[in-house]
Design a protein around this ligand. Structure first.
Ligand code: MOS
Length: 768
């Protein structure tokens, strides 16, 4: 089966368009902008994504989804479906050795068991496997299910109340999955010391990952008898124990092959098709292909958690924060997925990148009958950032103080104590990002005093113009006591002279399209002093490359970058020894396993105070938005956006800018239009025709991006991470601009034309 896969990636031809940012030679190493290792085959449209694979004797699968968000399943009758021409097997719970699973806690079922209940419309009743895709689809409609409807709980604020209908009665007498609290200083004294206090209630929406490549893959038994899944995943090695548990086989009998991933954004952190393909191949011993339609990918895979947040912040006349109180409720949907870890992250971020002497934070994640929510770019931080930045902008207005000035007074620096009581690790560049953005957007600095530029006057009376600003931060890597690690192997192939001829970098870091494999090759090029075109990366097969953890938490450049760095150093050391020994060895293998616990151990929240060493490292972003609001229609148009980010040393500036543009795109969508809508647990958004994300016409007419490189000494060459951070400040900066233009605050995301228009009309009514 190996022959159906490409051998791996190598750079095609010399790196053109390379721009140095000051490291060494022009060999495509660290600091140069080069053409991505996978760019050419992707541009040529070569069939390299999981759904492009077709194996001999392949069958086709199609899923029977629940018809209701909450119902008892009295019976499942597959007789008619099984008899449909072309159908090979209708898989149900009885075919699965261990039916329960979950990324963090096994509260999901591969297939619903008759007698149990469905908890969301994304629950699976069965999967039809047939000779053709059409037959599989048709037969799905013939599976007969008798339901007894149960009341639906779709609002976590209702679901968390005592006496609510329970989604998982087997898990105890509450729908609350987890609660966290942070108590810092004395909150009462903090508010007494404040000259101004602002209080607001914020809600954020479910956002769809909307990756271009739908969930898809092929499962088969390989020539060594192993269950093999070709699939797009963020965490191939982490999927193995989950699949092995479901199949009740040993982990060595399962492997995943990741030929290419067409976007993920957190959405491929959970298994979507992986386990279904594994079960089908395991039971049928034949290759099985499963491709979700766009509707299935949109409706039945998770989204960004909606949050409900009550915030109260106090500051002195001079603009110093005295107290921050936050209550956050996250809608987990029907299953836990990564909600507990996401809540950990959101909670530690609740007060923003600011020095807060007194804080009281209470957060919880709650089961509902909505489709399970899951990891999405920012992982709880964008929701928190929306609230704390709205609060900062409201405080600035309440104090009559410039929004840059109030932030500069409170922003964290190296060694400052964070919300959970520990000093910030070296490399805090948040002030630098804010300064750069403010100066580029026209602010004037006079010592600690900042003055905003005059906003241009609109050419027509119904159009108003506003300028808004925001800042934020996000952790890099896995936090709260997890020992985040990654391993790399570097093979050097030598010429007769002992010179390095070429190198192979082996590391299980899944490249979701962001260029992880290119960045790792660049780090290797730099250390090996080898042109990057001499470096190749094999196709990601978990059986052939070492563990690198998930491509999430903006961590691969930092974590796997450190592993490749160490492996190359090891190889160079061995190379020198080999040359001295004159053994004539023609191949050298260097290896290294990087552990964050060795450089910056983290810890979990203390139960009463929440005190902990939360994160390993951070990245920072500040943004300013100039926009126009049509007060007759509520429509907005972003005229210009300035963004400055600190990701530490940029391994490849062009790829950093690609991440920034993508994150801003997602932030504009989050702020202005994207919303996955459910009514009583039933998706109303069924695909891309109803899910509004920004097109090129909705993007800022002009975008200025500035990179501030404040190194983290624990990162490879001082690199931190960039994938998530530039999404965070966009929505609150947009709201600040809308406020300056119109005088109204939009506290509910997204600021659609309808919502802006309604707020403007409410304001007019209240003035009549
Ligand atoms: Mo990402 S939200 O860290 O998978």
């Amino acid at each position: 089966m190996k022959s159906i896969l490409h051998e791996g990636w190598s750079f095609e031809g010399i790196v053109t368009g390379s721009q140095q940012s000051g490291m060494g030679k022009r060999n495509g190493g660290v600091g140069e902008s080069i053409i991505k290792i996978d760019a050419a085959p992707k541009a040529r449209g070569e069939g390299i994504y999981p759904q492009d694979f077709n194996l001999e004797g392949q069958l086709y699968a199609s899923v029977v989804w629940s018809q209701y968000p909450h119902a008892k399943v009295c019976s499942i009758d597959i007789t008619k479906a099984a008899a449909y021409p072309g159908v090979v097997k209708v898989l149900t719970a009885g075919d699965v050795p261990e039916n329960s699973y979950g990324i963090n806690f096994p509260d999901q079922s591969v297939f619903v068991v008759a007698g149990d209940k469905v908890r969301s419309v994304a629950d699976r009743i069965a999967m039809v496997v047939a000779e053709t895709h059409e037959a599989a689809r048709e037969a799905c409609g013939l599976v007969e299910v008798k339901y007894e409807l149960l009341p639906v709980v779709s609002d976590p604020r209702e679901a968390m109340k005592d006496g609510s209908i329970l989604i998982h009665p087997e898990r105890g007498d509450t729908n609350i999955i987890d609660k966290i609290k942070i108590r810092r200083g004395d909150i009462q004294t903090g508010f007494e010391e404040a000259d101004v206090v602002v209080e607001s209630y914020y809600t954020t929406q479910a956002q769809e990952h909307a990756y271009m490549q739908p969930d898809a893959g092929v499962g088969y038994i390989d020539d060594k008898g192993r269950v093999t899944v070709i699939v797009a995943t963020q965490a191939p090695h982490d999927d193995i124990p989950k699949i092995a548990r479901i199949l009740q086989v040993e982990e060595k009998d399962v492997h995943l092959v990741v030929p290419a991933v067409g976007g993920a954004f957190g959405g491929r952190e959970d298994m979507q098709t992986h386990h279904l393909l594994a079960v089908a191949a395991f039971v049928l011993r034949r290759p099985v292909k499963l491709v979700f339609s766009r509707e299935e990918t949109t409706m039945f895979t998770g989204h960004r958690h909606p949050f409900y947040m009550r915030c109260k912040s106090g500051a002195t006349r001079e603009g110093m924060l005295t107290a921050v109180e936050v209550e956050m409720i996250a809608d987990a949907g029907a299953y836990i997925s990564s909600s507990i870890w996401m809540l950990n992250n959101a909670t530690s971020n609740a007060a923003g990148p600011y020095k807060v002497p007194n804080a009281k934070i209470d957060s919880c994640a709650v089961y509902t009958n909505n489709v399970m929510n899951m990891a999405m770019r920012g992982f709880g931080a964008p929701q928190a950032a929306f609230a704390y930045e709205m609060q900062m902008n409201k405080l600035a207005v309440a104090l009559g103080m410039d929004p840059v000035e109030i932030r500069m007074k409170n922003l964290l620096e190296d060694g400052d104590i964070c919300l959970t009581g520990k000093p910030m690790p070296e490399g805090v560049g948040v002030k630098e990002t804010l300064k750069e953005v403010a100066l580029k957007a026209g602010w004037k600095q006079n010592g600690t005093h900042w003055e905003a530029p005059q906003v241009p006057v609109s050419i027509s009376p119904e159009k108003r113009i506003g300028l808004g600003l925001s800042t934020s931060y996000k952790n890099v890597g896995f936090s709260f006591g997890m020992d985040d690690y990654s391993k790399a192997i570097v093979e050097l192939y030598l010429q007769e002279s002992g010179q390095i001829d070429r190198a192979v970098v082996k590391c299980g870091a899944s490249d979701l399209g962001m260029g992880a494999q290119t960045a790792l090759a660049q780090i290797a090029a730099e250390i090996l002093d080898l042109n990057v075109t001499k470096i190749s990366v094999p196709v990601l097969d978990t059986a052939d490359v070492p563990y690198a953890g998930s491509s999430s938490a903006s961590r691969q450049t930092y974590t796997s970058g450190n592993a490749v760095y160490g492996a190359c150093q090891d190889a160079v050391k061995k190379l020198q020894q080999t040359l001295r020994d004159e053994t004539g060895e023609l191949k050298i293998i260097g290896e290294y396993e990087f552990h964050t616990s060795a450089v910056r151990p983290t810890s979990y929240y203390a139960p009463e105070t929440g005190e902990c060493e939360p994160h390993v490292s951070y990245g920072y972003t500040s943004q300013a938005v100039l926009l126009e609001v049509d007060v007759e229609t509520g429509e907005t148009k972003i005229l210009k956006l300035w963004t400055a980010q600190d990701c530490g040393k940029m391994i490849d500036p062009a790829m950093v800018n690609g991440q920034v543009a993508g994150a801003v795109h997602m932030g504009v969508g989050y702020g202005l239009m994207e919303e996955f809508i459910q009514h009583e647990g039933v998706p109303q958004t069924r695909g891309f025709s109803q899910y509004m994300f920004p097109t090129v016409l909705d993007m800022p007419e002009e975008m200025v991006s500035i990179n501030v490189e404040v190194p983290d000494p624990t990162g490879p060459f001082g690199a931190k991470g960039v994938a998530e951070m530039p999404l965070l400040p966009t929505a609150p900066a947009i709201m600040a601009a809308i406020h300056q233009a119109t005088g109204v605050w939009i506290d509910t995301l997204p600021a659609t034309a309808e919502r802006v228009w309604s707020r403007l009309n409410e304001k007019e009514k209240s003035q009549e």
